[in-house]
Design a protein around this ligand. Structure first.
Ligand code: DGY
Length: 331
């Protein structure tokens, strides 16, 4: 007997209950929890799949879509969609759902944590304690940068950028942002100035990136941009790795063009242990954990499930991706 329920491929196994909304509404084939990409059983089932629920580790491109003629919705458990060829989905009439909003606070928390950790040199100080280099209180030991009175430049005043601005305000930072257009009401509410990117880079003590990865933001922070920054400045990236040119950043850190960087995202991910960036002084690298709290990840999964259901039922997705904002995944 034919299964009346639509077939959905869930590319990576998630904790019990996170996709509870899908119970009884579809038949699921679930991939391995820790293996990126589509496992062989999922690839085999592509011709019959009506929905895909994926993570940012899965490349959803035209080749894959061609193998899934029944597909009616792609739902990613992420806000970023640079792993998905949204134009190819749109051309096939397949809506793409993502999960903005629910990860805003957790990601802004992590950006603030990275800013503090790099400004106050926490990794070096903690390592020195563990490794026996703490011999006395030292008037010049582990000196870092003051936050109060310094300037934070936020590149991209979207939801996460604005949430970081609210946090930074409490630390006494002066704020500016570079975004495609000014947002006068939000700027007044947050006490933040809109400036062109070159000015932001030149005047900021800390620069934090909060733009999506698009054709326009790929390598936005290249050697030229880094050269505009103060030699005392620190760069924080919790957005997407390819926004920063990793080679240029490695050179800038070695040469002292800027004083340090803290990256939650890199290009590539994961960063191989031999990558030149990992030899850099004053660099923190985290394994893309901006949204990694129990509550946030669960809310992301629930939203992804509800986007998927809407697509399967022919309703408008709760959060459809705007195709004009998307980049094609790189080969
Ligand atoms: C996203 O959702 O795009 C983040 O990078 C991971 O939570």
């Amino acid at each position: 007997m034919n299964d009346p329920l639509p077939l959905v491929l869930v590319t990576r196994a998630l904790p019990d209950g996170w996709l509870g909304a899908l119970d009884g509404r579809c038949t699921m084939i679930v991939g391995d929890a820790d293996t990126p990409g589509l496992d062989p059983p999922l690839l085999d089932a592509l011709p019959r799949a009506e929905g895909i629920l994926c993570l940012l580790t899965e490349r959803i491109d035209a080749d894959l879509l061609d193998r899934a003629p029944q597909l009616r919705v792609v739902s990613t458990m992420a806000v970023g969609v640079d792993n998905i060829d949204v134009a190819a989905c749109t051309a096939r009439g397949i809506p793409v759902g993502h999960t903005p909003g629910v990860l805003t606070e957790a990601t802004a928390d992590l950006a603030m944590a990275l800013l503090l950790a790099t400004a106050r040199r926490l990794p070096q100080a903690a390592a020195d304690v563990r490794e026996g280099r703490w011999s006395t209180w030292s008037p010049t030991g582990w000196l870092g940068a003051d936050l109060c009175g310094a300037t934070l430049g936020i590149v991209g005043l979207g939801k996460i950028g604005a949430a970081l601005a609210r946090r930074a305000h409490g630390f006494g930072l002066a704020l500016c942002h570079a975004s495609p257009s000014p947002r006068p009401e939000l700027e007044a509410a947050l006490g933040i100035r809109h400036v062109p990117l070159p000015e932001l880079l030149a005047c900021s003590d800390f620069v934090s990136l909060h733009v999506p990865l698009t054709e326009h933001t790929h390598r936005l922070i290249d050697a030229r941009a880094l050269a505009r920054m103060k030699p005392t400045a620190l760069l924080v990236n919790t957005a997407r790795g390819p926004i920063v040119d990793p080679g240029a950043l490695a050179e800038a850190l070695h040469a002292g063009t800027i004083a340090g960087a803290a990256l939650d995202v890199t290009d590539p991910e994961p960063l191989p242990p031999t990558h030149p960036l990992l030899t850099c002084p004053n660099l923190i690298v985290l394994p893309h954990i901006g949204s990694a709290t129990w509550g946030t990840r669960r809310r992301m999964a629930e939203l992804a499930a509800n986007n998927l259901l809407a697509g399967l039922e022919g309703r408008r997705l709760l959060h459809p991706v705007d195709p004009t904002m998307a980049i094609r995944p790189r080969p």
